[in-house]
Ligand binder design. Structure first.
Ligand code: UD1
Length: 364
C-alpha cells in the first residue's frame, strides 16, 4: 500500500526528468502553417523549442495560439535564415540546440515561375547556412520538409520512396530536388550529423482547437483555403481546374493529409534521428495517407462534413498541375511507427472551424 504512491512520485519525477532532458529543437519557419502545428507536437512531446521566422508569410500572433494549446510559449527569434550572422547569433544564444526542423522556405509554385531567383536564394541559402552551422554547434540532426512534387507526374500510384524522381516543373519544385541532393552530398561527405527528408503530400486542415491553422496571404492558390473562403463568402465561387483528366470524375487526384497527423510525424522522425542508433545517416519518408481523393470528392466531403455549400464552376486546366498523385506511406508506418489516421471529414471540419475563427476574430 505504501509503495504505490512512492512509485508514482518517482515515475512522475522521471517523466519530468525525461522531459527536461530532451534536446532543444530549432524550428525554422515555426510560425508558418506546418511549422506551428509541429511546434505544438514537439512541445507536447517535451522538446524545448526555439523558432526562427522572418514573418514573411506568417504572423507573430501564432505564438499566442501555440501557447493557448500547449501552455508553453516557444522562444522566438525574428530573423531571416538566409542571414548567416543572425543564425550564428541564434546558435550562440541557444548552445543546447541538438535538432533542426527546416520549414523556412517559399512555397508558391506560381510565384516561383515569376521570381525564380527569390526561390533559389531563399530556399537554398537557408538550407546551406543551416548545414554549415550544424557541426560547429554540435547539432545532431536535421529534418527537411520536402514534397511529393519530386515525383512529378508519376508513372504509377501510389508512389513509394523508390519511385523515380522526375524533372521539376517549377523553380519551387526544383529547390526541393536540389535541397535533397545537397543534404545527400553533405551526409555522404561524412558530416557528423543525420538527416531525415520528409516528402509531404497535400497537407490540409487545422488544429482541432482552431487556435492555429493556415493563413494564406491574398488570394489563396491552394485548394482548401479557397474552399473555406468561398464557403464563408469571401470568394464568389471556387474554380475547379479541369474535369477532363483521365480520372473517374475527371478532376485531379491528390493525397490530402491532416496537418496534425503530418506534424506528429516530425516528432517521430526527430526521436528516431536523435535517439535511435539504428537510424541511417539519411532517411527518406513519404508522408501521406495512402488514399487518392479527387478535387470534386474533396468538395463533396467538405459539404457533407460541414453542411456548408461551396459554389463552384469547372474551368480549364491549371498549367503545370499533376493529374494524379498519392503516396504509399508504408515505410513511415513501419519504421517511424506513425500513421495518418484522421478521417477526411474531421479534417474538413477543422479547416472550417479555423475559417470561422478567423471571421470571429475579424481577420477574414
Ligand atoms: C502544389 C505543389 C506542391 C506544394 C503545394 C503547396 C506541385 C506539383 N505541387 O500542390 O508541391 O507543396 O502546391 O503550395 O508543384 N485546385 C482547384 N482550384 C483551386 C485550387 C486548386 O481546382 O482554386 C486543384 C488543383 O488544380 C489541384 C488540386 O486542387 O488539382 C490541389 O491543388 P493545390 O492545393 O494548389 O496543391 P498542389 O498543386 O497539389
Amino acid at each position: 500500500m505504501l509503495h504505490t504512491p512512492t512509485i508514482l512520485v518517482n515515475f512522475a519525477r522521471n517523466v519530468n526528468l525525461i522531459h527536461m532532458k530532451k534536446d532543444r529543437i530549432l524550428v525554422t519557419g515555426g510560425t508558418g502553417y506546418i511549422g506551428s502545428h509541429t511546434v505544438v507536437e514537439l512541445q507536447n512531446a517535451g522538446y524545448p523549442v526555439v523558432i526562427i521566422d522572418n514573418l514573411s508569410n506568417s504572423n507573430i500572433e501564432v505564438l499566442d495560439g501555440i501557447e493557448r494549446i500547449t501552455g508553453l510559449r516557444p522562444d522566438f527569434v525574428e530573423a531571416d535564415c538566409t542571414d548567416l550572422d543572425a543564425l550564428k547569433a541564434l546558435f550562440a544564444k541557444y548552445p543546447d540546440i541538438r535538432g533542426i526542423i527546416n520549414f523556412a522556405a517559399s512555397k508558391a509554385v506560381g510565384e516561383s515561375m515569376e521570381k525564380p531567383v527569390l526561390y533559389y536564394r531563399n530556399n537554398l541559402n537557408t538550407l546551406m547556412n543551416l548545414l554549415d552551422l550544424m557541426a560547429p554547434n554540435g547539432v545532431k540532426g536535421i529534418v527537411f520538409s520536402s514534397s511529393c512534387t519530386v515525383y512529378g507526374e508519376p508513372d504509377e500510384n501510389p508512389v513509394t520512396e523508390q519511385s523515380p524522381i522526375k524533372k521539376a516543373t517549377s523553380p519551387y519544385g526544383n529547390t526541393k530536388q536540389i535541397s535533397e541532393e545537397i543534404i545527400t552530398d553533405v551526409i555522404n561527405a561524412g558530416a557528423p550529423f543525420k538527416s531525415v527528408i520528409l516528402r509531404y503530400f497535400n497537407p490540409v486542415g487545422a488544429h482541432p482547437s482552431a487556435e492555429i491553422g493556415e493563413l494564406p496571404n491574398g488570394v489563396p492558390q491552394n485548394l482548401i483555403p479557397y474552399i473555406t473562403q468561398t464557403a464563408i463568402g469571401i470568394r464568389k465561387e471556387l474554380s475547379v481546374f479541369g474535369n477532363d483528366y483521365p480520372t473517374p470524375d475527371g478532376s485531379c487526384i491528390r493525397d490530402f493529409i491532416n496537418v496534425v497527423d503530418l506534424a506528429k510525424a516530425h516528432v517521430k522522425a526527430m526521436d528516431r534521428m536523435l535517439e535511435n542508433p539504428e537510424a541511417a545517416p539519411i532517411e527518406i519518408y513519404n508522408l501521406g495517407t495512402g488514399n487518392g481523393v479527387s478535387v470534386l470528392e474533396l468538395i463533396n466531403t467538405f459539404e457533407s462534413a460541414t453542411g456548408v455549400k461551396v459554389p463552384y464552376k469547372i474551368v480549364g486546366r491549371r498549367a503545370g498541375d499533376i493529374e494524379k498523385v498519392w503516396g504509399n506511406p508504408s515505410h513511415a508506418n513501419e519504421v517511424l511507427g506513425w500513421k495518418a489516421d484522421t478521417p477526411l471529414a474531421d479534417t474538413m471540419r477543422s479547416a472550417w472551424a479555423w475559417q470561422c475563427k478567423l471571421r470571429e476574430r475579424g481577420i477574414m
